[in-house]
Design a protein around this ligand. Structure first.
Ligand SMILES: [Zn+2]
Length: 123
């Protein structure tokens, strides 16, 4: 799967972690468990032929949304073999969900639910 091409001399700053084969396999299993159907595939072309990229990435976050892990959001990436579409997954969230599932416990803390009594969408 890997070739021997030299990486560019200037590495992107957002890439700094290499996934182990075990980690990549864990994320493949995770996505397959979460997929709506076994053939649920690429949102562009529908192909189920996707692979997890061997590098993880981090992107800086501007503020603090529901992102576990602070100001940098670690990601793992899948790419479609058929059309090259890229999907990004939050590693910390996936790891927390996997751990919670292994412990058969709900993932906590969840975001505060909106106050009951109707939605306020502003204007
Ligand atoms: Zn595709």
């Amino acid at each position: 799967m890997t070739d021997d091409a030299e990486p560019p001399s200037e590495q992107p700053q957002s890439s700094d972690v290499e996934l182990t084969a075990e980690e990549a396999s864990k994320y493949v299993d995770f996505i397959n468990r979460k997929a709506i159907s076994p053939t649920d595939g690429c949102p562009v072309c529908g192909s189920p032929q996707n692979f997890v990229v061997e590098y993880a990435y981090k992107v800086e976050t501007i503020k603090e949304p529901f992102v576990m892990g602070g100001s940098a959001m670690p990601l793992f990436v899948t790419i479609c073999y058929n059309c090259s579409f890229v999907r990004l997954f939050n590693r910390n969230m996936a790891d927390a969900i996997i751990e919670a599932e292994l412990a058969a416990e709900p993932l906590l803390p969840l975001p505060e639910p909106a106050p009951s009594g109707g939605e306020t969408n502003g204007e």
